[in-house]
Design a protein around this ligand. Structure first.
Ligand code: HEC
Ligand code: HEC
Ligand code: HEC
Length: 127
């Protein structure tokens, strides 16, 4: 019984570790790779729908100043750590914090900025 549990726990842990590196982009994810790879980090995969169902559009697209176009934003880590862009929430308060580099920088190397999986909202007034 105990042995079984241990095996299950190890399998789970492995699944977890195998999953984290090099995540591909999924349906309607936005890859942000204007500066990441140039600066030695893997591209950022931003799960747009995961966030859209939790927050109003205007939180990010008005208050936080994200332009509604994939690849249109100039985001630096300094700004994020300063509480701007992703850092308004990823601050150990609303969501986990910036030290978890790999959770954001999870893209395969070489992925260009853009939307993956086909659901493009086509911009203001058309979603
Ligand atoms: C909450 C999400 C998130 C986390 C966590 C995160 N980053 Fe980033 N990071 C971004 C985004 C978004 C960009 C902009 C990417 C682009 O435009 O290519 C970025 C850009 C960068 C850049 C290039 C721009 C610059 O400022 O030099 C570097 C280097 C970087 N991150 C390093 C890190 C390191 C190291 C960590 C962990 C200590 C980390 N990041 C954690 C989201 C994150
Ligand atoms: C948690 C923050 C956040 C929320 C909430 C959010 N977005 Fe976004 N949105 C982003 C980011 C980040 C990008 C990518 C910007 C980039 O690539 O530079 C983006 C990209 C977009 C784009 C361009 C890509 C595409 O799919 O065509 C559109 C349009 C868009 N958002 C519309 C919306 C709408 C409509 C809502 C509400 C239903 C919404 N967003 C909610 C952060 C957010
Ligand atoms: C308005 C608040 C807000 C902003 C802005 C925001 N996030 Fe998040 N994000 C969240 C919350 C809340 C979660 C869920 C955290 C949890 O499960 O503990 C989350 C989860 C995530 C996840 C994990 C999704 C999953 O499947 O579990 C990733 C990756 C992520 N955010 C990346 C980003 C990046 C990159 C940016 C900036 C481009 C960003 N977030 C901006 C609130 C935000």
């Amino acid at each position: 019984m105990i042995a079984r549990l241990v095996v299950a726990a190890i399998a789970l842990a492995l699944a977890f570790f195998v999953d984290i590196p090099e995540a591909g982009a999924e349906y309607a994810d936005v890859v942000i790779n204007k500066q990441a790879e140039k600066n030695g980090m893997r591209p950022v995969v931003f799960p747009h729908w995961f966030h859209r169902i939790r927050f109003r559009c205007k939180v990010c697209h008005a208050e936080l100043g994200f332009k509604m176009r994939a690849g249109a934003n100039d985001v630096t880590m300094a700004a994020i750590i300063d509480g701007k862009f992703c850092g308004a929430c990823h601050n150990n308060d609303i969501a986990w914090s910036v030290e978890k580099c790999d959770l954001c920088h999870s893209g395969k190397r070489g992925l260009p900025s853009g939307i993956y999986g086909g659901h493009e909202t086509s911009g203001p007034g058309r979603w």
